[in-house]
Design a binder for this molecule. Structure first.
Ligand code: XIL
Length: 318
């Protein structure tokens, strides 16, 4: 039995992975990714981001995410959608535009409405707002925050709810699990949206962890409960656990296994944790080495598609 199958048997909705169309010519990769026993959920790693899906005003390119969706449907897998209002991977026309509150709000609403209407009824969840916070809990500087203050957040969720009332609407961010002020600020974001009676259903913990620095189960459960107590579901939305020094040694390999099991335990311990999504399952396509030079080997499979001890540990635990 594969990880998704075992996770479902344990009461969860999915164990999934990020994938992208540039992986589609790799048959060894696809043999694993298409196996629904291992992965019950796909999320496009990049192709639904603003700069790819609407690179120029009113110019939409749905080809790549549509291809990811088609594969998920063919495999009988769920589909998570990522992401709408985010400061990064923004096209120049948005990032460098001259905006008033009204003109930028209109551009955000048009983006969300167009993209979500295209996928209406097809996404289990949408990461509506991604990474609005700094690690110290203040709001991140972005064209959205500079122009609209915090209003860009409820405005995004309201547009999302109108465009696809069936999608679970998520706030998604990293380091909420390790920075209490950032988690507290995310709680305030949820409350801000809820106070306006605008739907928000989920909190995504990106879970880009480091070997040996992954929070323990108690801490991960406490962080999830900050949000489940507000009525939200939660999930670990972009899990990878990078080695801090390479090549890994026996003890860091054992620690990576333990850290992956910790995240699985933490989701199993919280009834409203619906699932875990890996940010790629093989080191061959992990974003970590190019973004964080010196770090790597963060995935459950090696670059040669061998299952790592961490994979075996998770499977044994499940
Ligand atoms: C990353 C992708 O994995 C890379 O391929 C891309 O170059 C940059 O973005 N938080 C997120 C993801 O929400 O969208 C990011 O994905 C990783 C951090």
């Amino acid at each position: 039995q594969g990880l998704h199958q075992l996770f479902v048997a344990a009461g969860k909705l999915f164990f999934g992975t990020a994938i992208e169309t540039n992986n589609f010519n790799d048959t060894a990769y696809l043999a694993i990714a298409n196996n629904r026993q291992e992965f019950g959920m796909y999320v496009p790693e990049n192709s639904q981001k603003w700069e790819e899906i609407q690179p120029a005003p009113a110019t939409f390119d749905f080809a790549a995410p549509d291809a990811v969706l088609a594969r998920a449907r063919q495999n009988g897998q769920m589909f998570r959608c990522h992401t709408l209002t985010w400061h990064s991977q923004l096209p120049a026309f948005v990032a460098n535009g001259t905006w008033t509150r009204d003109t930028l709000a209109a551009v955000i609403v048009a983006h969300i409405t167009n993209v979500m209407t295209h996928y209406r009824g097809l996404c289990y969840a949408w990461d509506v707002v991604n990474e609005a916070l700094n690690d110290n809990g203040t709001f991140r500087d972005s064209v959205f925050f500079r122009t609209l203050g915090t209003d860009f957040i409820p405005l995004s969720f309201a547009a999302a709810s109108r465009a696809d009332p069936a999608a679970r609407l998520y706030y998604n961010d990293f380091n909420l699990e390790t920075s209490p002020p950032k988690a507290a600020a995310a709680v305030r974001i949820v409350q801000l949206v809820q106070a306006l009676n605008i739907p928000i259903h989920g909190l995504g913990f990106q879970a880009h962890f480091r070997v040996g620095l992954t929070p323990n189960v108690t801490s991960l459960v406490a962080t999830q409960n900050l949000f489940t107590s507000l009525g939200l579901e939660v999930s670990f939305s972009e899990l990878d656990i990078a080695h801090l020094s390479l090549p890994p040694n026996a003890s860091s390999i054992a620690r990576q296994s333990q850290d992956y099991v910790t995240v699985v335990q933490a989701c199993l311990a919280v009834p409203k944790c619906v699932g875990i999504t890996l940010w790629q399952f093989t080191d061959k396509y992990s974003w970590i080495p190019s973004t964080f030079p010196g770090l790597g080997d963060a995935c459950l499979y090696t670059a040669d598609f061998e299952k790592k001890p961490a994979y075996e540990a998770v499977r044994r635990y499940l």
